[in-house]
Design a protein around this ligand. Structure first.
Ligand SMILES: [Zn+2]
Ligand SMILES: [Zn+2]
Length: 914
């Protein structure tokens, strides 16, 4: 193994590493949860992607988040189960296949139900595993032995069981009512599937003639004039004094001249429009309720695909016209007859099909509904008592409001792809029941039976996902072991579609919550803050990112780039810059790894074996910082602040371990500095070797380096699993059978927490930084070692300085670091926060005369600029005419230049320039 450590290629190549490593994890079964394990379980069920889906960035964020949590808990010693699978996605999948056969010039009706469903199955079998294979490429550690599909026979049995139970409990009923109808998909939609969008529409004011009323006509306002053909009344609010005289009279529908009653109903908003509303009970949910109360006729005047049709109400000239064409024709006809009073622009909410974006047409129809109030009660209670927690918490109010105002769920869909509704009706005696098996005959009279032609809403299967995937309704070992689960990670868009319903199903069918915490992450957006979508063409293919930069770069960017619950903004036009943080960090980690691994011998002593007295300040400091990193990363992951966990790892590895510790100990390693882990390394490499016993000192450094790097790799593993596993395998003494994926999560060792060391090291860092800053200001070349003085130190600080003089000398780029007042020579100075004073002697090291010339030149230029600016600001015209913020900016500039002038003057003085 030792040899291979030195064979690390100089560049990290994710493509050489990722696939073989993933294969190894699979072969070793590290993702497979054991049902007989003594460990306490930790379960996440994946939000099942549509079976036809291909991975997009939103799912990338969703799944990487889940993977970070599951890998974290697996390393913490939990029996982690991340259960994957896909959703048959009724309407979505049916739409995809309908589009396919449309290319052959066919509709599903040409094929017939059986052939069409067979076609969908063939399509699903051919493409269905795509997205799951893609999840493997981003490193998802799902338990693939437990992959489920919502249309699996076992799963379908659970769906049917649930349906029959609800039926037997009397919670399923046939509702004759106005539902949301998609005229493109030819199916009913639930409230959630009919998405509200604000559109710029029009409000049409239409005059209806009135017989024997106080006035010859009344005016109604409507956004859908074509529906007037289906009007069966005009209504006013009973409290509306203006229109009281009309109630009881008869209005005549324009164009078709049908008489309709004028009625009074509380549902009419007195303030809206003219106070009169047309009542179309078959094409509007509110009007339907009015129709019920007043026993009105409810004629449908459109076909299912939204063309105008009715034997008596739709005139020949309009029959068969699409609703939007009919709207224009009716408006023309109204104009011709002088019945159109006016048209106003009107912005209002219109529901759209969530699958095909067609405008939803409210439509009277017979559908199956589930009574939701009894199911909602325990789910609401669970939120109130804290049994179920939403993260971020702000979603709680939304959840609570929705559950308190829950409406019955329309579960029937007029589709062919889906779980067929298991309701059977006897053709002879009318007996109707729900059955677990397909009956051959009527259970009462043995007459012939017919099954309901509709299928169930897709969500009627996915709401069972947390337990149907584990074998329910059977009491399987998996179900006993892995239900209830723990965390659900999802997008807020499906809080009601899915999350709330899973909670209801969990309590109703198993009497237990499906999970304890729902983590709702943000949305992936482009730099204009638009949601990434196929239709906008502003998406990023996560697999392109994996191909270009590797899975870890993708994972790092999405995790480090988004804070709790907020949106992830990525630039689809500049993948290079967008994913640079991830790629750069992977490269940095690789370089640090190469350096450290090259230093470490075959055997490294454990920390416990070291003589504590041999630990120097830098050792004690980095060991203490490591404890801080372990504590903070653990807490951040526990509280879903994944970005903070990533950033803390970054700081520990890059800023603390590489930039400071490695640089501080390079002289002790006596190395030639093979590879470079930080800056400025050039100075360190030529530094004198450490005093004392170099072998013992080296052994300490090796132990500390190995411990810290090992801890860093463990902490980083959930976010960047591939590169960390690859490096970790090469640490000394590693058994080739060991895998980081199942290694122990590091624990804080209180014996290594050392606040004194942290304080002292911070002080040393401030001195070193002061020297480096001065050297940079006076442009001292890196290979020139200056003399560094520090004075006016308190007692404790003096001790630190004396003890760490060697480290300070090296890291400050000095030939010597001296405690005391500097001689009267040219140099740069700085006053530190603790009141001490730093001085870098430059005389004798740089060409002071030249530096004086350079600084004087700068000063002259600055003074000229200042004079110009002063003239501008004393110019009354400019000050009076320019906008206030421009003047303020100029004054701001003047102040800054004044400060700069002071700095330059001080520098010139301290260099002794004349
Ligand atoms: Zn649709
Ligand atoms: Zn019968």
């Amino acid at each position: 193994m030792a040899e291979s450590r030195f064979e690390l290629p100089p560049q990290y190549d994710p493509h050489a590493v990722e696939r073989p490593l993933y294969q190894r994890w699979l072969e070793r079964g590290v993702f497979t949860a054991r049902v007989d394990s003594p460990k306490s379980p930790y379960v996440i069920v994946i939000p099942p992607p549509n079976v036809t889906a291909v991975l997009h960035m939103g799912q990338g964020l969703n799944n990487v988040t889940q993977d970070v949590l599951i890998r974290f808990e697996r390393m913490r010693g939990r029996e982690a189960l991340w259960l994957p699978g896909t959703d048959h996605a009724g309407i979505a999948t049916q739409n995809v296949v309908e589009r396919l056969i449309a290319k052959e010039g066919k509709t599903r009706f040409d094929l017939g139900r059986e052939a069409f469903v067979a076609r969908v199955w063939a399509f699903v079998k051919e493409t269905g595993a795509t997205i799951l294979e893609q999840l493997k490429l981003i490193g998802a550690s799902c338990d693939w032995t437990r992959t489920r599909f919502t249309f699996d026979p076992a799963y379908s049995r659970a769906v049917r069981e649930v349906f029959v139970r609800l039926w037997d409990e009397g919670l399923i009923y046939r509702g004759h009512r106005v539902i949301h109808w998609c005229p493109r998909c030819l199916t009913a939609l639930s409230d959630e599937e009919a998405e509200s969008k604000d559109i710029d529409g029009k409000l049409y004011y239409i005059r209806y003639p009135v017989e024997g009323g106080p006035k010859p006509s009344l005016t109604v306002a409507t956004t859908r004039p074509e529906t007037l053909l289906g009007d069966t009344a005009v209504a006013v609010n009973p409290k509306d004094a203006r229109h009281r005289g009309f109630v009881g009279k008869v209005a005549r529908l324009p164009i078709i001249d049908l008489p309709v009653p004028i009625i009074a109903d509380e549902a009419v908003e007195p303030g809206f429009g003219t106070g009169f509303v047309k009542v179309t009970p078959a094409h509007d949910a509110t009007d339907f309720e009015i129709g019920l109360r007043h026993k009105l006729e409810m004629p449908l005047v459109m076909t299912e695909d939204a063309r105008m049709e009715h034997p008596t109400r739709v005139p020949k000239a309009l029959a068969g016209l699409d609703r939007f064409d009919a709207r224009e024709r009716i408006v023309d006809l109204l104009k011709e007859r002088g019945l159109l009073e006016k048209i106003e622009p009107h912005r209002h909410a219109v529901r759209h099909c969530y699958r095909c974006d067609s405008v939803v047409e409210p439509r009277l129809s017979d559908q199956w509904f589930v009574k939701m109030t009894p199911l909602a009660a325990p789910a609401l209670e669970a939120y109130r008592t804290g049994a179920i927690r939403l993260v971020p918490e702000r979603w709680g109010a939304t959840y609570q409001h929705w559950m308190e105002n829950i409406r019955d769920w329309n579960i029937s869909r007029q589709l062919w792809w889906g779980h067929r509704i298991p309701i059977f009706t006897c053709a002879k005696c009318g007996e109707q029941w729900a059955d677990r098996e397909d009956p051959k005959q009527c259970r009462k009279c043995r007459g012939p039976v017919e099954q309901d032609p509709d299928v169930l809403d897709t969500w009627f299967s996915s709401w069972l996902w947390p337990f149907a995937t584990l074998g329910w309704p059977d009491e399987t070992p998996d179900l006993k072991r892995f239900y209830p689960g723990h965390t659900l990670v999802t997008a807020p868009e499906i809080l009601f579609f899915w999350v709330a319903r899973m909670i209801m199903a969990g309590y109703h069918f198993l009497g237990a919550r499906p999970f304890a915490t729902v983590y709702l992450h943000g949305t992936v957006r482009d730099t204009q803050h638009r949601k990434m979508s196929k239709s906008l063409g502003n998406g990023i293919d996560p697999l392109d990112v994996v191909r270009l930069y590797g899975a870890d770069a993708l994972r790092w960017t999405v995790i480090a780039g988004v804070s709790l619950g907020s949106d992830l903004v990525l630039d689809p036009n500049d993948l290079e810059t967008t994913f640079a943080p991830g790629r750069n960090f992977a490269n940095k980690l690789w370089n640090i790894g190469r350096f450290i691994l090259a230093q470490l011998p075959e055997r490294v002593q454990p920390l416990e074996a070291l003589d504590e007295n041999r630990l120097q300040l830098a050792d004690r400091w980095i060991l203490s910082r490591a404890q801080g990193a372990i504590r903070e990363v653990t807490t951040s992951l526990e509280t879903f602040r994944l970005d903070e966990a990533a950033k803390r790892c970054f700081d520990f590895v890059w800023k603390e371990l590489a930039d400071w510790y490695v640089e501080a100990v390079k002289p002790r390693l006596g190395s030639d500095g093979a590879g470079s882990a930080g800056s400025p390394s050039a100075a360190a490499q030529r530094a004198p070797a450490a005093s004392g016993d170099p072998t013992a000192s080296r052994a300490v450094t090796h132990a500390v380096l190995a411990y810290c790097f090992d801890a860093a790799l463990r902490l980083l593993h959930p976010v960047v699993p591939f590169i960390t596993e690859e490096l970790w395998q090469r640490l000394p003494g590693r058994d080739p059978k060991e895998l980081l994926a199942v290694a122990r999560w590091p624990e804080v060792r209180s014996d290594l927490v050392d606040e004194t060391a942290e304080r002292e090291f911070l002080r040393a860092q401030a001195w070193i930084a002061a020297s480096r800053n001065i050297r940079a200001e006076y442009k001292v070349p890196p290979n020139v070692r200056t003399i560094f003085y520090i004075s006016a130190l308190a007692e404790e600080a003096r001790k630190t300085f004396e003890a760490e003089r060697q480290m300070i000398t090296i890291l400050s780029g000095s030939a010597n670091a001296i405690l005391g007042t500097p001689p009267n020579v040219a140099g740069g100075h700085a006053v530190l926060a603790d009141g001490s004073s730093a001085f870098v002697q430059l005389e004798g090291f740089i060409d002071v005369t030249r530096e004086c010339r350079r600084l004087s030149g700068e000063l002259t230029r600055l003074e000229q600029q200042l004079a110009g600016l002063a003239a501008k600001l004393t110019n009354q015209q400019f000050v009076a005419r320019a906008p206030a913020e421009v003047v303020a900016k100029e004054r701001e500039k003047e102040r800054a230049w004044h400060d700069q002038r002071q700095v330059l003057a001080d520098k010139l003085k301290s260099l002794g320039c004349s």
